[in-house]
Design a protein around this ligand. Structure first.
Ligand code: PEP
Ligand code: MN
Length: 301
């Protein structure tokens, strides 16, 4: 571990001087002063829409399909999300797919459907912007603009995300260290956008049994190093639906400010990420167990 990532509690304070001087010294020492908890001790709370906050006492439950596929699919999923107590609907309109031959998303039509679901069910929307060209269009509909794992170090996109007036959900890169992840967040913050949340979605390791390895210790560690809210995506982290609910519960126990779960009315028919998608009843079952865990760690859902 580098000195930079030593949690504040373990750092020996330089003594003397005014409070301002102490803050200045800390800012000079950390490479990500805007994201750093040493410089900004208080938790950042992001308001996605009135009454929907990320980073406050309540853990935010977010559900939805990997990709928006049709009006019927999205509305059924949105209704189930709201009924389960979810307050944010996810769904990709623009999909970063490993193969160019895989379903790439409905594009603008997907955004229109997300907007419709938001109006109909009162949910906040999180959806991905893949490039600078699409960013403004996505930001019109999204309450939380996702920057995906593959784009975590797309610095021109990060700078552009710093200029928008919508909160950003920055996913951890496939092989990113915590420092690289926090420096990526720093790009958005330095661009003038203070509303940045981080999302742990698993990292690539030698383990083959899961799609990725969920680095759950990153949650308390990042929250020690930074004041930014931290969300966990147990779906991409595991790649396999039976592991999703246990890891979602573990995420809440570890102090996550939100969980982002892929769900689908018919996972077997999903155009992307079906194997890791919960069915709608499975999501309701998971949602019913989260408040108890949240209360054990001083939170609510
Ligand atoms: C997604 O949320 O559907 C997605 C593609 O996530 P990630 O960038 O974490 O792979
Ligand atoms: Mn997905």
């Amino acid at each position: 571990m580098t000195a930079v990532l030593t949690p504040p509690a373990l750092v020996t304070q330089a003594s003397g001087g005014s409070a301002e001087a102490v803050v200045e010294r800390r800012a000079a020492r950390v490479p990500f002063p805007l994201a750093s908890r040493e410089v900004h001790p208080d938790d950042t709370v992001i308001t996605l829409r009135p009454g929907v906050e990320l980073g406050g006492r309540r853990v935010l439950l977010m559900g939805g399909p990997c990709a928006v596929e049709s009006e019927a699919q999205l509305m059924a999923t949105a209704e189930a999300t709201a009924q389960a107590g979810g307050r944010v609907l996810r769904g990709g309109a623009f999909k970063p797919r490993t193969s160019p031959y895989s379903f790439q998303g409905l594009g603008s039509e997907g955004l229109r459907l997300l907007d419709l679901a938001r109006r109909r069910f009162g949910l906040a929307i999180v959806t991905e912007a893949m490039d600078e060209d699409g960013l403004a269009r996505v930001a019109e509909v999204a309450d939380l603009v996702q920057i995906g794992a593959r784009n975590m170090q797309n610095y021109s996109l990060l700078r552009a995300a710093g200029r928008i007036r919508k909160p950003v959900l920055l996913k951890r890169g496939l092989s990113a260290t915590l420092e690289e992840w926090l420096l990526a967040a720093e790009y958005v913050l330095a661009g003038g956008n203070a509303d940045v949340a981080l999302c742990e979605r698993g990292i690539r390791t030698f383990a083959r049994e899961t799609r990725n390895t969920l680095d759950l210790s990153s949650v308390p560690l990042v929250k020690t190093l930074s004041h930014l809210p931290v969300v966990v995506d147990p779906s991409h982290a595991t790649g396999t639906w039976p592991l999703v609910a246990p890891m979602a519960r573990a995420a809440v126990a570890a102090g996550a400010d939100g969980v982002l779960v892929e769900i689908h009315p018919e996972p077997g028919q999903a155009l992307s990420d079906g194997p890791q998608s919960l069915s709608l009843p499975q999501f309701a079952e998971l949602a019913a167990t989260l408040p108890l865990i949240a209360r054990a760690v001083g939170r609510d859902v």
